[in-house]
Design a protein around this ligand. Structure first.
Ligand code: ATP
Ligand code: MG
Length: 425
């Protein structure tokens, strides 16, 4: 291995993936704006306490995964493992609760967790997250899930599954925890879950060890323990989702790996990424702002894992940045015509590549193929005299003649292609 390499679990992001990343970011920014969210830029480093207090001592994130160090002034610093705690801290510190509610923010940036690196599980990974403060209604939850649904629709990510649950509140959860403790008291749980049994039995439901997955079959479900207000909230959300035609699945095991959640929790999962199924996750956290010293403020948020989403998109569209037209000019004069055409097409947002005219035609075809260009435009010296070129569609080898003086014909060709795509030809 080269002596100069990234740290374990830390990746560079470069073309063609970066094209997908930018598309994800653009889509999020445009859509979230329409839903009333403004960007918030939170620091990458925070006092360790910000996370230990909010995420919870007994969680995997705080217990095992934090990048914590002491700075030169002897302060305990942590590279942020997630965004919600920082946004809530910022909300209180800057008295954002004084703004007209609901206050809605989104962030995009890297997070750090000392995890065992594997596919879809990195030590530096990116999240896009959003938080909505000062509204406690099921409508707010439904709106957030609607926005998430729209986001994935816009990116054309197929076959996602939305799973929802309610993990109750301070009133009803203790009784459920007691029932879980009783249920698991004699079970031969894994080492971590033995600790969880004492500290936070709810977390046993999130354990990924096979033995514990088996042992939790038949465990009491939270839905049977919800107090009336939590039940009404959850039922309200389910009805709103049904009313809007958003498909969801009830999953009483969605308990989330952080302590601040109350009531609604959810995950968006896929079967296409192997073991790391969650692409997005979130939930309501009605007590967090108060815990940071702010006024009692209900809130809900979510975060999307960008690496997992980008990988998923790449599976369904392996050539995200392929050019529309590849101009294979044979000769200097043809090359000048190709350039002027390409510039006019790029002006219409139609991506075009002008290749070096000194390459033989065979080389052009090879390159166009590798780039997954939709059309190759061959401009031979003889044809150019007649003002003509030959187009070839790479997917089916169809070909024809085109007028090089009429950029409209090129635009028509690209529109034809898009229409066929739209009709799943
Ligand atoms: P998991 O159960 O997969 O560990 P989590 O509950 O720790 O996820 P959250 O803290 O809710 O995850 O983060 C939201 C999303 O961020 C996840 O659904 C996932 O897409 C992504 N994510 C979390 N941890 C990682 C990681 N180590 N590497 C890459 N993506 C991650
Ligand atoms: Mg995790």
């Amino acid at each position: 291995m080269n002596a100069y390499s990234t740290l374990k679990g830390v990746h560079d992001i470069f073309p063609p993936d970066v094209f997908i990343w930018n598309k994800i970011e653009r889509t999020a920014k445009d859509l979230f704006y329409i839903f009333g969210y403004d960007e918030i830029k939170i620091p990458i480093i925070e006092s360790t306490e910000i996370f230990t207090r909010s995420i919870g001592q007994s969680t995997d994130i705080v217990g095992k995964e934090m990048y914590t160090f002491t700075d030169k002034g002897g302060r305990g610093i942590t590279l942020r493992p997630e965004g919600t705690a920082s946004v809530a801290r910022c909300y209180v510190e800057n008295a954002l609760y004084r703004c007209t509610p609901p206050q809605k923010y989104y962030y995009i940036g890297p997070m750090f967790r000392y995890e065992r690196p594997q596919k879809g599980r990195l030590r530096q990974f990116y999240q896009i997250g959003a938080e909505c403060f000062a509204s406690s209604t099921p409508e707010t939850d439904a709106e957030m899930l609607f926005m998430i649904n729209e986001f994935f629709n816009k990116l054309q990510v197929p076959e996602l599954r939305l799973e929802i649950n309610s993990i109750g509140c301070k009133v009803c959860r203790p009784e459920y925890n007691a029932a879980l403790t009783m249920f698991f008291s004699q079970a031969s749980l894994c080492g971590d879950c033995k600790t969880r049994l004492v500290k936070n039995p709810l977390r046993i439901l999130d354990c990924k060890v096979d033995r514990c997955v088996e042992l939790r079959k038949g465990a009491p479900v939270i839905t049977d323990f919800l107090c009336e207000p939590c039940k009404t909230h959850h039922e309200g959300l389910r009805e709103l989702l049904k009313g809007r035609g958003i498909a969801f699945h009830d999953n009483p095991l969605i308990v989330r790996g952080l302590d601040y959640y109350t009531r609604t929790t959810f995950e968006v999962t896929t079967e296409h990424l192997g073991a790391q199924k969650a692409v997005a996750a979130g939930g309501r956290y009605d007590n967090l702002v108060e815990e940071f010293g702010g006024p009692a403020t209900p809130a809900i948020g979510f975060a999307i894992g960008m690496e997992r989403l980008a990988e998923l998109m790449r599976l369904f569209d392996p050539y995200p940045n392929s050019p529309f037209f590849y101009f294979a000019a044979l000769g200097e004069q043809a090359s000048a015509i190709a350039l002027s055409l390409a510039i006019r097409l790029m002006d219409k947002n139609i991506s075009s590549i002008c290749a070096d005219w000194q390459i033989p035609l065979k080389g052009h075809m090879k390159r166009a193929n590798k780039l997954n260009a939709k059309y190759v435009i061959m401009l031979g010296a003889d044809e150019i005299q007649k003002g003509k070129a030959t187009w070839k569609q790479m997917s089916n080898a169809a070909q024809g003649e085109i007028d090089v003086n009429n950029v409209g014909e090129f635009i028509a060709l690209s529109e034809q292609w898009l229409t066929r795509q739209g009709s799943n030809d």
